[in-house]
Ligand binder design. Structure first.
Ligand code: GDG
Length: 469
């Protein structure tokens, strides 16, 4: 069945990011992709404003920027604590990133998560018109589709998960696992970044719930859902343009000047324990120990803007990283050289692009990552004539596509040290060859491809026959 172009797309995600109209803004790749999907299909983007209110009222604030309508609601303090800081970021995020040791299971969290999803469903329901397609994003909203169905919504509803889906045995640790996966059968299409996350989901659904896989369709009783792996991409052309924009070039020059002939290794990550920052520092330290002759030839710039700062595990990782960076700098620095420049602030995207381009090595070492866009941005920002080398964790979703990066196990400081050495010594022809192969994938499966692939799959879902009276 064809999608009627007059019908709209309703995107729902935890946070909503209105278009900023400039490349120097803070709107990330995902936000850019979603706004362009909304421009194509028309429609609205609904979610939490990020603000708190005394008592949840469901009052929607509408805004229109550059052809995109956003609709946001405030949440009350208890919602933020239990739903966002609680279940989303203290239960699901660590567990889905294999950090069983950090995941907390509190019934209040689970209750608050459910309550907020019901609230979102009730609030957004009146905004959805017949024929609209609904696209829900990420782990904050697993049960939202089911809550919308309970309110009678018959429209097509798709869901995309931006983080990994954990193996069955791991997920079973979650007290609400079965109920949560059952709710996902309210969707028509579910997308994951990689085949690995997809097959873990299918494994759980088949073995724990008795679902049956038929081609790319999972069946459970009356419900069936199409499952697909669609890796998210970046706007490669735009990002390459940012690296050579006026501000990008300025940032590039500033970095090269301040490097005084040394090779820069760069890392850019939200300050999150899933990103393998401690392991990265320790792997770099190993490199410094094993190759004393290289010490003053390189430095590591780590940009790590704080994230989820009210959650204890994030405060602990921040303290730990400060300790490790301080210890390494104390042990190896000289009057004219500091091995790690550790920066806890964010930079505009064009500045970031210039910094990536100035770096001989992009060091991306998550312990587990749904995709990882920084890896792709680093590659896109390089000079085609003299590109840097991407060192990438095997455990990032991006490793499935960027097989020409230097792939490493981030838990092994030795592998990381060897990879840094290999990258520093890599001949230009090999760097160019690897870069071209990675760029071909990044260009082919870019952000437009991602959203088209998903939305087209969603639009092809036949709508249910009109209900008999
Ligand atoms: C989740 C999944 C998946 C970072 N520092 C600055 C800055 N950033 C931007 C990067 C990049 C984005 O933030 C980070 O994206 P990642 O993909 O690397 O990681 P998560 O935030 O964990 O994203 C991940 C993604 O969703 C999409 O599905 O790939 O696996 O965990 O775009 O450039 N941007 C600016 N200044 C900074 O200092 N402007």
């Amino acid at each position: 069945m064809e999608f009627d172009p007059l019908n709209r797309l309703v995107i729902i995600s935890n946070r909503v990011s209105a278009p900023t109209g400039s490349h120097s803004g803070s709107q990330g790749g995902l936000a850019v992709a979603l706004t362009s999907a909304l421009r194509e299909y028309k429609g609205i983007w609904f979610g939490w404003s990020g603000e708190q209110t005394e008592e949840y009222s469901g009052q929607i604030t509408f805004a229109r920027n550059e052809g995109v309508t956003t609709a946001t609601v405030d949440l009350e303090e208890q919602d933020v604590e239990e739903y966002y800081n609680g279940y989303a970021n203290r239960t699901l995020w660590p567990l889905f990133h294999y950090r069983v040791d950090l995941a907390e299971y509190e019934r209040e969290f689970a209750g608050g998560y459910q309550r907020v999803n019901v609230r979102f469903a009730e609030t957004v329901r009146p905004l959805i018109e017949e024929g609209d397609a609904v696209w829900i994003q990420d782990y904050h909203m697993f049960p939202l589709g089911e809550e919308l169905r309970k309110l009678g919504l018959k429209n097509r509803i798709g869901f995309f998960l931006h983080i990994p889906w954990p193996p069955r045995r791991l997920l079973s640790i979650l007290p609400e696992a079965e109920a949560l996966v059952r709710t996902m059968f309210a969707y028509d299409v579910i997308g994951f970044h990689t085949e690995e996350w997809l097959s873990s989901f299918v494994d759980y659904a088949c073995h724990e719930l008795g679902a049956i896989l038929d081609g790319d369709t999972l069946r459970l009783g009356e419900r069936h859902v199409k499952v697909m792996a669609v890796p998210i991409g970046i706007d490669a052309e735009e990002f390459a343009g940012l690296a050579t924009s006026t501000r990008g070039r300025l940032a590039f020059r500033q970095m090269r000047d301040s490097a005084v002939g040394r090779d820069m290794i760069v890392g850019v990550d939200r300050l999150d324990y899933s990103k393998g920052l401690e392991e990265r520092f320790l792997g770099y330290e190993r490199f410094l120990t094993e190759h004393p002759e290289e010490r003053k030839e390189v430095f590591l710039l780590q940009i790590a803007p704080p994230s989820r700062a009210t959650v204890g595990s994030y405060q602990r990782i921040r303290t730990s990283l400060e300790g490790i960076a301080g210890r390494i700098n104390g042990a190896y620095s000289d009057i004219d050289w500091t091995p790690i420049r550790y920066v806890n602030q964010g930079y505009p995207r064009d500045v970031l692009a210039g910094i990536y381009r100035a770096a001989k090595i992009g060091l991306v070492t998550p312990l587990r990552d749904g995709m990882n866009l920084v890896a792709k941005e680093y590659v896109a920002a390089q000079n085609p004539e003299d590109p840097g080398v991407l060192i990438l964790s095997r455990f990032a979703g991006a490793a499935c596509q960027l097989t020409d990066a230097v792939l490493i196990n981030p838990y092994s400081a030795e592998e990381m040290a060897d990879a840094i050495m290999l990258a520093l010594r890599m001949p230009r022809e090999e760097r160019i060859e690897r870069w071209q192969k990675m760029m071909a994938v990044i260009n082919r499966e870019d952000i437009g491809w991602w959203r088209r692939t998903f939305t087209e799959a969603l639009m092809q879902v036949p709508l249910p026959e009109t209900e008999p009276a």
